[in-house]
Design a protein around this ligand. Structure first.
Ligand SMILES: Cc1cc2nc3c(=O)[nH]c(=O)nc-3n(C[C@H](O)[C@H](O)[C@H](O)COP(=O)(O)O)c2cc1C
Length: 211
């Protein structure tokens, strides 16, 4: 009967190893970084979807919080609004600061921009195509990123808070915005395709959990 305790011990060991493996899976962590308004909304939505898949997620507004290390994260999602043809400051600085560390991570980039609001320029698909290349593909190439996904999402135009010069430029587009997109509150037009973003988030979560 000397073998019985051993069998029990073996069973216990198997359970412990299984538990540790499970813990290992549960401990998969994602970091979502953004710096401005529309990107913030998208970042929160991405985080929610990842969390629903059991992934631990930290969302950081890089404008407010200094990130010291990304060592603990397996997936890093970085998103920016596009202003004057560029990424906004903080997400770009984040890519620069962690360039070396990001090479070893799974990375997803997303942008929110007016160029993705294709209903404003239905006869000019090249606008979106060029923007996608410039703001996502070229950005990934610049920082040697191993991108699992690129997200090219629409803009939110808030006529209540935009600068007068921006307002002046956008005023002629306002009737088109009103016809083509949802006015979520007076003066705020959301050109994002929420269904498309949700599908993107779901695919990202699946790619991360079952690579
Ligand atoms: C000052 C300003 C400049 C902008 N410039 C561009 C641009 O060059 N290209 C573009 O596609 N969208 C442009 N947009 C639209 C923004 O990309 C859009 O409003 C986006 O939702 C902003 O995201 P954010 O709040 O995260 O920065 C601009 C918006 C603002 C307010």
């Amino acid at each position: 009967m000397g073998s019985e305790p051993e069998t029990e011990t073996t069973k216990e060991l198997i359970l412990i190893i299984g538990y540790l493996q499970l813990e290992g899976d549960v401990m998969s962590k994602a970091l979502v970084v953004y710096g401005t308004g529309t990107a913030a909304i998208t970042a929160q939505e991405i985080a929610l979807t990842l969390q629903k898949q059991g992934i631990e997620v930290k969302v950081v507004n890089a404008k407010k919080e200094k990130i010291q290390s990304i060592a603990e994260y397996d997936l890093v999602v970085v998103g920016s609004g596009i202003q004057m043809g560029r990424w906004t400051g903080e997400p770009e600085k984040f890519l620069k600061k962690f360039k070396k560390d990001l090479v070893t991570k799974k990375v997803a980039l997303f942008v929110n921009c007016g160029s993705a609001a294709e209903k404003l320029n239905p006869d000019k698909p090249e606008i979106a195509a060029n923007a996608k290349r410039k703001y996502l593909e070229e950005k990934a190439a610049k920082y040697d990123l191993n991108c699992v996904m690129f997200g090219f999402f629409g803009a939110i135009y808030n006529f209540n808070t935009m600068s007068w010069i921006m307002k002046k430029g956008m005023e002629s587009e306002r009737p088109k915005l009103a016809v083509s997109y949802k006015e979520t509150e007076p003066g705020v037009f959301d050109t994002r395709d929420i269904g498309e973003i949700q599908k993107w988030e779901q695919t990202l979560a699946e790619k991360f959990v079952f690579p």
